[in-house]
Write a protein that binds this ligand. Structure first.
Ligand SMILES: NC(=O)c1ccc[n+]([C@@H]2O[C@H](COP(=O)([O-])OP(=O)(O)OC[C@H]3O[C@@H](n4cnc5c(N)ncnc54)[C@H](OP(=O)(O)O)[C@@H]3O)[C@@H](O)[C@H]2O)c1
Length: 336
């Protein structure tokens, strides 16, 4: 019997009818956790009751995580059908035919026949060295244009046709970008993965996705306290250190991180927290099955939004760009 009965964890129903649990486990161990340490959390998370996992090629650990899945299936811990496994195409694999290669490599590493969700990790082609540990500025980096993105999305749609993934999604999008690309999609994104935590609530983008029937997956739901140094800015505010979060946590007898998860789910999104510690990742799942936040507590947290984006995308910027939100035309002119 799992620590948390997966049947008690709420889920979202995607437009195919597939069910996505409202809490998944992230697998980006930042720069301080080696692949084996991240895989150990995945290994523990399955018997703990997790059924959803957020993977990505650029996290550099899909092969070890794949072995955990293979072992879990072989041991009869869980079946493939019971898991919801997502991955993402990295920025250096947006070229013609590359998306298929990237997906094939991910499937091989994860030792799976199909994915449940495959995201475009960032909406522009770029190069980033393996391990994510260097500045990614590169003379070949190119900004977002509708044409370039749709070239990538057409390949994503092919993956669904080929049965290699059940759903496709986007990540790190903005409303102007979605406005530009959604009308062109033959297969619409089933989910959008975006940074969301109390100090960065993106209310407009959140409502936009809800209105379009696109599920919202919240990354860095706890405010990613251990994110790499390159993503840290002196002005960043730590969600879990805010007195309001600490007070609500004290009232529930839990860590403020847990309040972040409860709030995220009650708001309507699907957080994908990561933890190296069993006690923490078990609680991150269990907390959505018990002791909900009150309306008043939800309102207090809503008031904490400071538009404090943590993952600023600055490491991806190409020469001359100021903001990765910009839309560019083919001649390199900012059109937004
Ligand atoms: N699409 C994208 O571009 C993108 C970008 C970033 C992240 N992601 C995804 O989102 C996932 C989550 O983001 P993240 O890992 O950066 O940040 P996060 O989940 O917001 O924070 C993780 C940190 O919170 C701590 N923590 C977790 N649960 C806790 C608890 N119950 N009590 C106290 N501390 C707790 C963990 O420390 P301990 O290990 O000590 O518990 C860890 O340091 C990633 O793993 C990745 O899958 C996607």
């Amino acid at each position: 019997m799992a620590t948390v009965d997966p049947k008690t964890v709420p889920y979202k129903t995607l437009y195919t009818g597939a069910k996505m649990p409202v809490v998944g486990m992230g697998t980006f161990g930042s720069d301080h956790a080696d692949p084996e340490a991240v895989a150990a959390s995945v290994r523990g998370a399955i018997p703990a009751g997790y059924r959803s996992f957020d993977c990505a090629a650029c996290y550099g650990n899909e092969d070890v995580i794949g072995q955990i899945f293979a072992d879990a299936f072989a041991e009869g811990l869980v079946t493939r059908e019971e898991l919801f496994i997502a991955s993402k195409v990295w920025n250096d694999m947006h070229g013609d035919g590359d998306v298929l290669l990237a997906c094939a490599k991910t499937l091989k590493d994860l030792k799976l026949d199909y994915l449940d969700m495959y995201y475009v990790h960032w909406p522009f082609p770029n190069y980033h060295a393996p391990g994510c540990d260097v500045d990614s500025r590169n003379p070949d980096a190119v900004p977002f244009t509708v044409e370039r993105f749709m070239k990538t999305w057409r390949q994503m749609e092919r993956l669904v046709d080929m049965g290699l993934t059940k759903h496709i999604g986007m990540s790190n999008m903005t409303i102007p970008k979605l406005e530009a690309v959604l009308p062109l999609c033959r297969i619409k994104p089933a989910a959008i993965e975006m940074e969301l935590h109390p100090c960065f609530q993106q209310p407009e983008l959140f409502k936009y996705c809800q209105d379009k029937g696109i599920e919202i997956v919240a990354f860095c739901p706890i405010g990613s306290p251990e994110r790499p140094e390159r993503d840290k800015m002196p002005e960043d505010i730590a969600d879990i250190e805010l007195p309001e979060m600490k007070a609500i946590a004290a009232a529930h007898g839990v860590h403020p991180a847990v309040i972040c998860i409860k709030w995220s789910v009650q708001r309507g999104s699907c957080p994908i927290p990561f933890s190296l510690k069993e006690k923490n990742y078990v609680m991150n799942l269990k907390c959505v099955t018990e002791d909900p936040l009150t309306e008043e507590e939800m309102k207090i947290i809503e008031g904490l939004d400071r538009n404090n984006r943590l993952i600023k995308g600055h490491v991806f910027l190409w020469e001359g760009a100021k903001d990765w939100h910009d839309l560019w035309d083919e001649d390199g002119v900012i059109v937004k």
